[in-house]
Design a protein around this ligand. Structure first.
Ligand code: FAS
Ligand code: PHB
Length: 388
């Protein structure tokens, strides 16, 4: 089999890149390790920047999002001194869209089916070959048979645990990492959201986040020790702890119910440089991971896709030099989001072993955010998305 761009991974990065390339007349084949239902069963991101929603519309995948997504003009932060709001629209003239990654992935699959894109599910043992030549190829197994896919370029969209990043020689990669000493226990429940907009809570017992997917579906998170297991947390224990950490007024009126999904995710900051090795280009979580505190993970995947799509379009139009700028261009925006996600995590969580000085610095950061328009503008600019 032969194609122009082999895409490893059928998550948001791979599907969005495939959709944009095919609409531009560039052939792709997506190789996804899991079944489609497995990919669609993942509960992940919830907040989309305008850059991401614009790209989804450009890919012909924005109709249901524009119909069902919820526009938020701001967000709330709460501390033991009360709750305050950062007004994105007033500070930087921007908004965000609340629309779950599960829905985005569903829309992408539907759009890919509509154009007859080639997606191979349950592709096992994917391996990348001859990446530093002008004739790279990919091998994989499917239904017990071995396959070879010749291509011009390979897009590594296979997430943090994928094969693509590992296909770059270790001595040619520089990796930067910060592993946080806590995790996020997430619950999805068919209950009305606790508030109109998100609430990020800094509490002495730990961080909490009240988010949502739609007026009947809520998404909540609690900071928990890394030693916790999901089975340690009954639904009742979760709701009781969430009530302790949210503002009393919000907690009193909060609707609770059975969890329809409950999981613990570790938090890390991670970047690998460069994001290119010969004819291989890394995209999304394959190249970087952010703690979800800044709602940047999926949104960074979108800007990587935007940059690589533009460069590949130019390359197939005769300007191969455009690909030379992909890694640096993507990394510039990635490090901006990396910093913001680290900062949001630093000011909102209780770190094991943090001393009184750390606590006072957190309180000063939050006080500036509450009282300085310039601090709110900087936060709003980062939260709603740095320029592409
Ligand atoms: P993904 O990991 O989504 O997709 C990679 C795909 O490649 C997967 O389908 C995988 O099956 C496939 N794959 C892997 N190895 C392969 C191989 N060898 N061969 C073929 N296919 C292979 N972001 C936010 O903004 N907000 C959040 O709240 C948030 N919560 C998250 C919670 C969790 C538990 C996780 C893991 C991530 C979360 N994220 C969040 C980040 C998340 O949304 C990612 O940024 C987003 O999924 C990135 O998309 P992809 O780059 O496509 O990677
Ligand atoms: C979510 O709704 O899943 C969500 C929202 C904002 C975040 C993280 C997760 O910062």
């Amino acid at each position: 089999m032969r194609t122009q761009v082999a895409i490893i991974g059928g998550g948001p990065s791979g599907l969005l890149l495939s959709q944009l390339l095919n609409r531009a007349g560039i052939e792709t084949v997506v190789l996804e390790r899991q079944t489609r239902s497995y990919v669609l069963g993942r509960i992940r991101a919830g907040v989309l920047e305008r850059g991401c929603t614009d790209l989804l519309r450009r890919a012909g995948c924005g109709a249901r999002m524009d119909n069902e997504g919820i526009i938020h003009d701001g967000t709330n932060l709460s501390t033991v001194n009360g709750m305050f709001r950062v007004d994105f629209k007033a500070r930087v003239g921007e908004t965000v869209m609340v629309y779950g990654q599960t829905e985005v992935t569903q829309d992408l699959y539907a759009a890919q089916d509509a154009i007859g894109a080639t997606i191979v599910h349950e592709a096992q043992n994917v391996a990348l070959h001859d990446l530093t030549t002008d004739a790279p190829y990919v091998t994989y197994e499917k239904d017990g048979r071995s396959h070879r896919l010749d291509c011009d370029y390979v897009a590594g969209c296979d997430g943090f645990h994928g094969i693509s990043r590992q296909s770059i020689p270790a001595d040619r990669r520089t990796e930067y990492e910060r592993v946080y000493p806590f995790g996020w226990l997430g619950v999805l429940s068919r209950t009305a959201p606790a508030a109109e907009e998100l609430i990020y809570a800094n509490h002495p017992r730990g961080f909490a986040l009240a988010s949502m997917r739609n007026p009947q579906l809520s998404r909540y998170y609690l900071q928990v020790p890394l030693s916790d297991k999901v089975e340690d947390w009954t639904d009742q224990a979760f709701w009781d702890e969430l009530r302790r950490r949210l503002p009393a007024k919000v907690a009193e009126g909060m609707e609770t119910g059975p969890s329809i999904e409950k999981s613990i995710a570790p938090l890390r900051s991670f970047v690998t440089e460069p994001m290119r090795w010969g004819r291989l280009f890394l995209v999304g979580d394959a190249a970087h991971i952010v703690p979800p505190t800044g709602a940047k993970g999926l949104n960074l995947a979108a800007s990587d896709v935007h940059y690589l799509f533009e460069a590949l379009q130019a390359a197939f139009g005769g300007d191969a030099a455009a690909l030379d700028g992909y890694s640096d261009r993507a990394l510039r925006r990635i490090w901006g989001a990396m910093r913001f996600s680290w900062w949001m995590t630093s000011i909102l969580h209780r770190f094991p072993g943090q001393d009184d000085f750390d606590q006072k610095i957190q309180e000063a950061e939050l006080y500036q955010l509450e009282t300085l328009e310039s601090a709110q503008a900087a936060m709003a600019r980062n939260y709603t998305g740095l320029p592409y």
